[in-house]
Design a protein around this ligand. Structure first.
Ligand code: KIV
Length: 272
């Protein structure tokens, strides 16, 4: 059965706001390529994030820092070709927005123009407010990201839970208010105490999407490779694995190799 574009209610930033207001949880997952985006969209995930975690998951880097704007645009345009329904949000990569709001706007415009994505995401609080305002005033929806912000990993020094101490928690609350006032349509909170995330989700009127931030927020995001069990060596407690694809793929490929070696593949029906 083919999908008819006009029959599908697309997810927009306004739809997400309505979901928050009626207490319906938002589902968000990462996607970096056409084939996976197509499956996730068919499953009706609300938001697809073309995360700079592509730097880790797709390219094998230790951090998110090396991925470039051109590479993010490549991933985003692949994802866009696979979707009918989801809102597609793309990370501004490290070095494409920090400290320069004009450059931030140029980077956001390149993503929107060259990939066809619907929104961008960037990391940080008060220090990126000027960039957010500039991007939003150009008509581009912006998602914020607070808590553990992986582009600042060398400042933090570890991937430990953030904002456990009062001072950092208070700064995070101030930052969340600043992002909302600057015009963000939603904020990701990564790896912070559940009670703090709950307080932010209560105080802030835009949707709060958590990853390792407990259940009292407006939605959840996971890296799809973690959920599917493709990655094996990353095991923070906030991941729930719904499949064990690493072992399933290993098994399937092992069987294929065996069939080739045994001359069992291809058989008569599998040739011309
Ligand atoms: O890049 C990413 O995958 C992210 C999520 C962890 C929120 O930013």
């Amino acid at each position: 059965m083919s999908v008819h574009y006009k029959d599908i209610k697309r997810i927009t930033t306004h739809v997400l706001q309505e979901m928050k207001e009626r207490g319906e949880k938002i589902s968000m997952l990462t996607a970096y390529d056409y084939s996976m985006a197509k499956i996730l969209d068919a499953a009706k995930v609300d938001v697809l994030l073309v995360g700079d975690s592509a730097s880790n998951v797709m390219a094998g880097h230790m951090t998110t820092l090396p991925i470039t704007l051109d590479q993010m645009i490549y991933h985003a345009s692949s994802v866009i070709r696979g979707i009918y329904r989801a809102l597609v949000v793309v990370d501004l990569p490290f070095g494409s927005y920090q400290g320069n709001s004009k450059e931030a706007l140029q980077s956001a415009i390149r993503i929107m123009k060259e990939s066809g994505a619907h929104a961008i995401k960037l990391e940080g609080g008060e220090e990126v407010v000027e960039s957010i305002k500039r991007i939003v005033s150009a008509g581009i929806p912006v998602m914020g990201h607070l808590g553990l912000t992986p582009q600042s990993i060398y400042k933090f020094g570890t991937f430990e839970v953030r904002a456990k101490e009062e001072e950092e928690a208070q700064k995070l609350i101030r930052d969340a208010h600043a992002l909302q006032a600057a015009g963000c349509f939603a904020i990701v909170l990564e790896k912070i105490p559940a009670s703090l995330a709950a307080q932010v989700a209560k105080e802030i009127t835009i949707p709060i999407i958590g990853i390792g931030a407990g259940g009292a927020v407006d939605g959840q995001v996971l890296v799809t490779h973690d959920l599917l069990g493709i990655s094996k060596d990353f095991n923070p407690r906030f991941i729930r694995r719904y499949l064990n694809l690493y072992d399933d793929i290993l098994n399937a490929v092992g069987r294929y190799i065996e069939d080739v070696k045994n001359k069992d593949f291809p058989n008569e029906k599998e040739q011309y």
